[in-house]
Design a protein around this ligand. Sequence first.
Ligand SMILES: Cc1ncc(COP(=O)(O)O)c(C=O)c1O
Length: 453
Amino acid sequence: MDSSLPLVLDRTGSGPLHLQLAEQFRAAIRDGRLQAGHRLPSTRDLAKELVVSRSVAQAAYDQLHAEGWIAGRTGSGTYVADVVPLQPVLRSPARAPEPAGKQLLTLRPGIPYVSTTVDAGWRRAWREVSIQPPARGYDHPAGLPALRAAVAEHVGRVRGIACGPENVLITDGTSHGLRLLLSVTRQAGDRIAMEDPGFVTAVTAARQHGLQVVDIPVDEDGLLVSELGPDLSAVYVTPSHQYPLGGRLPVARRNELIRWARRTGATLIEDDYDSEFRYDVAPLPALAQLDLDRVVHLGTLSKVLSPALRLGWLVASPEVVNRLAAYREEVGDWPGWPMQAAFLAMLRDGYLDQVIRRSRHLYAERRNHTCAVLAPYGQIVGQDAGLHITLLLPNTDDGAVAARARAAGVAVAPLSEYRRSTPGPPGLVIGYATPTDEDLLKALDVLVEVLRP
Ligand SMILES: Cc1ncc(COP(=O)(O)O)c(C=O)c1O
């Protein structure tokens, strides 16, 4: 019996013959040329007719059988099945990414310098992880116990926070810790005070949780504590380096803030994102050091190693930590074991301290250079710490300046991006950490051209 179909096989390399054959049968069944019950040739006859090996015909039939297009048993022939299978929905392929245009040099703030090579400390930590099996079940939702203890020791030593493992919860970074805290401890409609200008991601998180964001002005020292009004359930604050203006909250204001929180019962959320880096100024301990019953402290690896690691920590009272851990257990959302285990090795071996020391030297030089180059064009603020400075440019359209810089090949953030309702001078927020030394020099040259009157 012949197949009564014009079957054509392309032997010049357009895919395996059995798949070509199967697709031609499928097409014929789909468009009705082969009807349910139609008897198909045996594999032997089909192979002969097409001059292919029998295994090709057999493989095509096996495939059609498995997909439900044909039926039949050995000996009694093969028929077109009377139940035509559902067609899978064909999705158009995802759009190819835009072709990369001219690469922008970036002076946007927030990302540390990450070398293209790895060093011995990094390799040691990951080697250690690679030779251990994972836990047999779920790890503790607050984080690996040994890592919680190591982080407690770390924040005690470098941030002056006297605490133990029961105060520590390992997070996927600041943003994750903040969202977790808001979802468990705040109610929609609660009022949260946030610095203005401030960290846009944190404001977005608060709004998405249904909180009412109350804008609080900042000055060159940071949050204006005297502006905190009544009925606030929480305050989000960056005391070690106000983001983005760079103020370092003085001791008197910290004490005033803690006294205010004790009086009102509000929670202070301390975002300690880049406190590892300060230059020629005395260290200020974390706000959390003053009162762990009132302050929830958020730390991150994003500025020290890389934001791609998605790892951070939250330090709070054991009650808050336990509530957050219980919630995480319900939703099954906490950082994976390999990253936690590697971070533990990095802390224990002193690798983190080593990277911080090394980066501090690098960033100090870059900060000096950046300030020296840009000083003639505006007022520099926030240069004592962190990975960025802010260049105030009164009476300028900072969005237009950033657009001109972009057109000239440099990405930089206009200060107006961070402002909400509190008026203040325009400017540029300039991160000096991300590029290579060479690219930083080039990018600053471009920026000077853009800023030149
Ligand atoms: C003010 C501030 N906090 C925290 C972070 C880090 O967030 P995460 O730890 O989620 O990467 C950043 C990063 O840009 C930041 O600017």
